[in-house]
Ligand binder design. Structure first.
Ligand SMILES: [Fe+2]
Length: 557
C-alpha cells in the first residue's frame, strides 16, 4: 500500500509524508520548503517532495489521507458550541469559523487542491478524524504493543483532548474531551496575553516560567480539582483580542518585544504549572481507564517538554513515548497509517529511532552550490575531528549534514553547535546568531552512554522532548545548556542511529572531558530551519557563526 498523509486546515503547520507498506519513507513540513514559518497553505511542495523521494507519480498512490474530518464537521461543532453558549457568539468568531468552513468546503477538504496540483488519481481519498490521526502517530511509532495514548492540543474539529487505548495494533477511543474545554486554548490565550504569538510561541512561555514566582491563582480560567481539567473557555475567549477577561483579572496585556516585568514572569509560571498539573491528571486518568502504564503523547500540548519530563518522573508511568512531531505537522504520519484500521487491519507497529526523514544533499550537490557562490571551502579529511577541534576552541559552527529532521527540533542535521562549558556561550550564540529572547534556554546533545552521568533520571531522550534535571554537580560543567531551574532538554545520541554526530560529540569529549555539545536549530530568529545548502550558506553569512561544516566541506569567515 502506498499512502500519502497530509496535514492541511489553513490553521498552521501544513505537512506531508509518504508511507510504503507501513514503512515511513519521507516527511516534511511545508514551511521548510516554502520558507513561510508555520505555513498553513496547501502543502503541495511537501507532497511533491514525498512523491519525488519515493520515485512515484500521484496516479500510483493507493491512499491520500488528510488528518482532519470533512470540513462540515468542525463547522457544525462550532455552531453547536455557540448555540449552547459554550463558545461566545461574536462577529469575529462567527466570521472566522464560516470563512474557514467555506474555503475548505470549496476545496473539498484539500482534495480539490491535490488534483489541481497533481492531476487525477485512482487513489482513495480519505478524511481521518484529527485526534485519531494524532493518536496513531504516537502509538504506531512508540514501539509499545499496549499503550494508553493521551492527545491534547488546541483543537481538532470537535476534540480538545482525548484518551485512547492501543493494543496489538488496534486503537480504541476511551474518552473524548470536547472543544472548547481545551488545554491548548488555555496555554495559547495566555501566550497571546504575554505578548507572544499564540499557537507558535508557547516555547517562550515555558522558558520564561522558571523566572516567575508561585502564588498566582488562575482558578478563574482553569479548574484542576479533578483528574480531567476544566477550562473556562468563555472567560478565555470573551471580548476583543480574546483576552479581555484575562486583562480584567490580571491587568494590561504585555506589549510584544517590551521588557518583561515580574508580574508577567509570574503569569508564565502559573500557566506552566497549571499545564503540568492538567497533563499529569490526564495521564493518571488514562492509566486508570486503560490499566496500562505505557504512555504515548501527541498533540501540540505534548511539545511541552517540561510537562513531559514531569510525567516521566512522576511514577505514574512505566515508559513514555512522545511523538517528536507532536504538533499538527505530525498528524500526517497518523493519517497515512489510518487506512490499515479503516480496512480492518492492524496498524504496523515500529519504534521510531530517528526523524531524519527529509531532503539530503550529497557532496557533489554541495560543491556545486559553493562554486556557484564562489565560496572558498576546504574538503575535510575527518569531519568529526575537525569540527570537534573548532568547537573546543570556542567557535560557533553551522552544521549541515544528511537528511533534514521532521518535527520542530534540530537533532544534528540542520543544527548550530557550540561549546556548552562556556557560561557566556548562551549569550554569544544569542547575540551572534539567534537574536532571540534572553531567557530561552539552549539544549544539549550528549552521548547516550553518559546521560546517566549528567542527568538526574536515566531515560532515553532522542528527540529533545523530555526535560530532565541536570545533576547538581554537573550544572557548572555545562552551564550554557542548563536552564535557570537546573533542567535541560537533552538529546541522547546513539552511535548506531547517527554515527557521524555521535563521533563528533565523542571527539569533543576526548578533547575537553565533556561529551556534550550545545545544539540549537540552524535558522535565524523568526525563520524556518534551513533545508538546502543555499539556505544554509545564506543563513551562515547573515549571522555571527564562525564556521560552516556542510557535508565534507568547511567554510570559514
Ligand atoms: Fe492537533
Amino acid at each position: 500500500m502506498l499512502s500519502i498523509g497530509i496535514n492541511y486546515t489553513q490553521m498552521h503547520d501544513s505537512s506531508a509524508c509518504i508511507v510504503r507498506d507501513g514503512e515511513l519513507l519521507f516527511a516534511v513540513a511545508e514551511e521548510r520548503l516554502s520558507r513561510v514559518k508555520h505555513d498553513a497553505g496547501f502543502p503541495h511542495r511537501a507532497i511533491r517532495a514525498c512523491l519525488d523521494f519515493a520515485g512515484v507519480r500521484a496516479d500510483q498512490l493507493d491512499e491520500i489521507c488528510v488528518g482532519w474530518p470533512r470540513p462540515h464537521s468542525g463547522f457544525v461543532s462550532d455552531l453547536k458550541c455557540m448555540a449552547m453558549g459554550i463558545h461566545p457568539i461574536t462577529y469575529v468568531n462567527l466570521l472566522t469559523t464560516t470563512r474557514v468552513f467555506a474555503s475548505l468546503a470549496h476545496q473539498r477538504g484539500g482534495f480539490g487542491r491535490f488534483t489541481h496540483h497533481f492531476g487525477p488519481t485512482r487513489a482513495r481519498m480519505r478524511f481521518v478524524d484529527h485526534h485519531h490521526a494524532h493518536a496513531i502517530s504516537a502509538y504506531a511509532f512508540s514501539g509499545f504493543k499496549d499503550a494508553a495514548i493521551v492527545v491534547a492540543d488546541g483543537r481538532g474539529a470537535w476534540e480538545a483532548s482525548s484518551i485512547w487505548y492501543g493494543h496489538d495494533g488496534a486503537l480504541d477511543l476511551v474518552e473524548m474531551i470536547p472543544w472548547p474545554n481545551s488545554l491548548g486554548l488555555f496555554y495559547a490565550q495566555f501566550t497571546d496575553y504575554l505578548g507572544f504569538q499564540a499557537n507558535a510561541d508557547e516555547w517562550k512561555v515555558m522558558g520564561l516560567a522558571p523566572y516567575g514566582e508561585p502564588g498566582l491563582d488562575l482558578h478563574d480560567f482553569i479548574s484542576l480539582d479533578h483528574d480531567v481539567y476544566r477550562v473556562n473557555a468563555r472567560a478565555l475567549l470573551n471580548g476583543s483580542g480574546g483576552t479581555s477577561d484575562i486583562v480584567k483579572r490580571l491587568g494590561p496585556q504585555r506589549v510584544p518585544e517590551s521588557d518583561i516585568e515580574d508580574r508577567y514572569k509570574n503569569v508564565a509560571y502559573a500557566v506552566q504549572d497549571c499545564c503540568e498539573q492538567a497533563m499529569l491528571g490526564l495521564v493518571r486518568h488514562a492509566t486508570q481507564k486503560t490499566g496500562c502504564r505505557n504512555i504515548c503523547l501527541a498533540g501540540g500540548v505534548a511539545l511541552n517538554s517540561k510537562a513531559n519530563g514531569k510525567i516521566q518522573a512522576s511514577g505514574l508511568v512505566d515508559d513514555i513515548f512522545v511523538q517528536p512531531a507532536a504538533s499538527d505537522d505530525g498528524v500526517a504520519l497518523g493519517a497515512a497509517l489510518a487506512p490499515y484500521l479503516a480496512l480492518g487491519q492492524r496498524l504496523p507497529l515500529t519504534k521510531l529511532r530517528q526523524v531524519y526523514l527529509g531532503a539530503s544533499f550529497d557532496d557533489g550537490e554541495i560543491e556545486k552550490v559553493l562554486r556557484t557562490y564562489k565560496i572558498r571551502a576546504t574538503r575535510l579529511e575527518n569531519v568529526a575531528s575537525t569540527t570537534a577541534e573548532l568547537l573546543a576552541a570556542g567557535k560557533i559552527i553551522g552544521w549541515f549534514q544528511g537528511r533534514m529532521e521532521f518535527g520542530p527540533r534540530a537533532l544534528g542535521c540542520r543544527s548550530i553547535l557550540a561549546d556548552p562549558r562556556d557560561p557566556e556561550m548562551n549569550a554569544k550564540v544569542n547575540n551572534a546568531v539567534k537574536f532571540r529572547e534572553w531567557w530561552r534556554p539552549f539544549a544539549p546533545s550528549m552521548l547516550s552512554e553518559v546521560a546517566d552521568e549528567y542527568l538526574e533520571y536515566s531515560y532515553d531522550s532522542p528527540f529533545m522532548i523530555l526535560t530532565n534535571p541536570v545533576r547538581p554537580e554537573k550544572r557548572a560543567v555545562i552551564p550554557s545548556v542548563t536552564h535557570v531551574d537546573g533542567s535541560a532538554r537533552p538529546q541522547t545520541v546513539h552511535r548506531e542511529v547517527y554515527p557521524l554526530y555521535w563521533q563528533l560529540i565523542r571527539e569533543f569529549g576526548d578533547r575537553t572531558g565533556v561529551p556534550v555539545i550545545m545544539n540549537t536549530s540552524f535558522n535565524l530568529r523568526g525563520e524556518a530551519i534551513v533545508c538546502t545548502p543555499t539556505e544554509a550558506i545564506r543563513t551562515f553569512f547573515s549571522s555571527g557563526m564562525d564556521a560552516l561544516v556542510i557535508g565534507s566541506f568547511l567554510v570559514e569567515k
